[in-house]
Design a protein around this ligand. Structure first.
Ligand code: OGA
Ligand code: NI
Length: 353
């Protein structure tokens, strides 16, 4: 990994959370400004026509299951996104997840900083690591917590305040594991594959990583991004969107679209590693987050990533003369992802045949 710039003015301004920068500011620091803008005003982008999938149907043996599998295939091979409903996670539980997220981010700064990430680490509370003077920073504070494998949990950065935080996080990821298994099997079946074709590559000891996002209001939303454009390094990503404030945008045919809010639906997107496994049939969407001039936004993302010792590659049955292999095999894709990302390259492109 590139050396972390530690002695510059940029690094010292980073000691501040974006939440602190956002107080009484009329102009964000230079390091956050995109001189070229973000291609428009955040509210003016059109909405993405994002398929809504009924997960209760996928798991059934009803005739509707076949229809739903077709819709899933279409969703993930076009925009790479869906909004999952009837996913089996109670609304009251989702409310608790949003509540503890809000409680955590509204704790006093000294309290939150007890959970700060170490400079060379991902886990914990913090914001962008500065790798280079040229990097433009994201208007976002976040808390990253590795939930699985269990021996990778860094308990010292797991909040004990609010007191229910840890239990709710464990419950959330356990519930999403069920959803993830349903979707992995359904994705395979939708392509006519044996249902464990993708799950096999997911491996014995997969990674489950959570990311709690706070996007403070930003006075210059046309010039600052809350999260720069990226594809997720995961296999699959599950996002609990803020129920009131929009911000997520997806790139389709070179145009940015807003992802609409459907309260209590889970936004699901294909990650780079499912694009590899499916030999490019399922698309890992490029997405970004825009800022809002008045309102803060909070989201919770959970990334499901194959065991880093497991080989990830296009499923053999998907390759023939007409459909040549598009991606090379890879192990520990995520471990190598940030290196490419910070250099401004799409990490997935490095694996193209
Ligand atoms: C992410 C992400 C979107 C959002 O955390 O990778 O894309 O709306 N989040 O918070
Ligand atoms: Ni993302």
């Amino acid at each position: 990994m590139a050396a972390v710039v530690s002695s510059s003015a940029a690094a010292s301004s980073l000691a501040k959370a974006v939440q602190e920068l956002a107080i009484n500011t009329s102009a964000p620091p230079e390091k956050y400004i995109r001189k070229e803008g973000i291609g428009g005003s955040p509210s003016e982008f059109p909405y993405l026509d994002i398929p809504v999938l009924d997960l209760s149907l996928l798991n059934s043996s009803s005739p509707e299951a076949e229809e739903e599998l077709k819709r899933l295939r279409l969703a993930f091979s076009s925009c790479g996104y869906c909004q999952a409903i009837n996913h089996g996670i109670d609304t009251s539980f989702l409310d608790e997840v949003h509540d503890v997220t809000r409680e955590f981010f509204t704790l006093p700064m000294e309290e939150k900083k007890k959970y700060s990430r170490d400079a060379d680490d991902i886990d914990g509370y913090g914001n962008d690591t500065v790798y280079s003077e040229k990097q433009t920073l994201d208007w976002n504070d976040r808390l990253y917590l590795n939930v699985k494998p269990e021996n990778k949990r860094k308990m010292k950065v797991w909040p004990e305040n609010p007191t229910t935080f840890r239990k709710i996080l464990l419950d959330l990821t356990a519930k999403l594991e069920n959803v993830n298994e349903i979707l992995f099997k359904a994705m395979a079946k939708s392509l006519g594959l044996e249902e464990n074709s993708f799950l096999k590559q997911y491996g014995e000891d997969p990674i489950v990583l959570s990311r709690f996002n706070l996007y403070p209001p930003c006075p210059t939303p046309d010039l600052v991004l809350a999260a720069k454009a990226h594809g997720d390094a995961s296999a699959m990503t599950y996002l609990l969107q803020d129920k009131q404030v929009e911000g997520l945008q997806a790139l389709k045919d070179d145009q940015w679209y807003k992802v609409p809010i459907i309260p209590n639906a889970i936004v699901v997107n294909v990650g780079d590693q499912v694009e590899i496994m499916s030999n490019g049939i399922f698309k890992s969407p490029i997405h970004r987050v825009v800022t809002n001039p008045e309102r803060e936004r909070m989201t919770i993302a959970v990334f499901f990533t194959p065991d880093p010792t497991s080989e990830v590659k296009p499923v053999d049955e998907l390759i023939d003369e007409e459909n040549p292999k598009l991606y090379k095999s890879v192990i520990d894709y995520t471990g190598n992802y940030f290196k490419f990302f910070q250099l401004g390259k799409r990490p997935l492109d490095a694996l193209k045949v």
